[in-house]
Design a protein around this ligand. Structure first.
Ligand code: PEP
Length: 267
């Protein structure tokens, strides 16, 4: 084993938290296409146990994907959003009970696209995170600064506000079962990845905010994913950072081989 490889193995083995790698399929894939994708993925990662693997298809494909992974032990199902309400006159919304019908385990909340296009606020995301926990599901709460905010030296302020606001009201026990996804907006879908140092610095900062808001022991247990143009070629280095506990993957999750390679390169 070469020095670099050895160093990487030691880092992974010393990870305090199990890696969690999730594919956010966004508004892509019909139910039939989603089924084909998950079936290919099943073959690609049949023997992987070291990482929690989550796929988040659009709502319309949850049923087909759920059935396809029923017997699969290593792939969990996630949704891309959820209402804070349990039922009622909320046209176009989806509630926890509807997701649980398809054995959904994780729910992405506050993705930057929803913050931008649906104007979702930290307060709304916090309500949704509470509802997700209320239904015994696990939220993946996204935070991240824009390029303008980073260049204006506002990154830490923005992250602190988002982390505190979006996770407000959670108990320590709920926080431990919450995944935070650090997704710098300038790296999403752009092909620009944060450097490993930029990712590590932001993750360490977020963990510090969690320690102040909850406590150090809680913060130590929370898994923080990196998201933003993760691909097979950069996964290993990113996952090797001490505070990077997985990835939220967009574009590269739409193809079974590249998503599988990200997972395999991370262990
Ligand atoms: C995302 O949208 O969550 C994401 C990280 O996308 P991409 O991997 O395509 O940058």
């Amino acid at each position: 084993m070469g020095n670099d490889e050895e160093k990487h193995c030691n880092l992974i083995m010393n990870k305090e938290r199990k890696l969690i790698i999730a594919g956010n399929w966004k508004m892509n894939k019909t139910a039939a296409e989603a089924l084909a994708l998950v079936n290919s993925l099943k073959l690609e990662i049949a023997n992987v146990k070291e990482v929690d693997i989550v796929v988040c298809p659009p709502f319309t494909a949850l049923e087909s994907v759920s059935k396809a992974i029923l017997e699969t032990k290593n792939i969990r199902l996630g949704a891309q959003n959820m209402s804070e309400n349990n039922f009622g006159a909320f046209t176009g919304e989806i509630c926890a009970g509807m997701l649980k019908e398809f054995s959904v385990r994780y729910v992405i909340l506050g993705h930057s696209e929803r913050r931008q296009f649906q104007k979702e606020s930290d307060a709304l995301i916090a309500k949704r995170a509470a509802a997700v926990h209320g239904a015994a599901l696990k939220p993946i709460v996204c935070v991240g600064e824009t390029l303008a905010e980073r260049e204006a030296g506002q990154m830490e302020k923005v992250l602190e506000t988002q982390v505190r606001g979006s996770l407000d009201g959670l108990t320590k026990e709920q926080m431990v079962e919450t995944v935070v996804a650090y997704e710098p907006v300038w790296a999403i879908g752009t092909g620009k990845t944060a450097t490993t140092q930029q990712a590590q610095d932001a993750h360490a900062f977020i963990r510090g905010v969690l320690a102040k808001k909850f406590d150090a022991a809680t913060a130590k247990k929370v898994r923080i994913q990196y998201g933003g143009s993760v691909k097979p070629s950069n996964a290993k280095e990113l996952m090797g950072q001490p505070d990077v506990d997985g990835a939220l993957v967009g574009g590269a999750a739409l193809e079974a081989r590249s998503f599988a390679d990200i997972i395999k390169n991370s262990i």
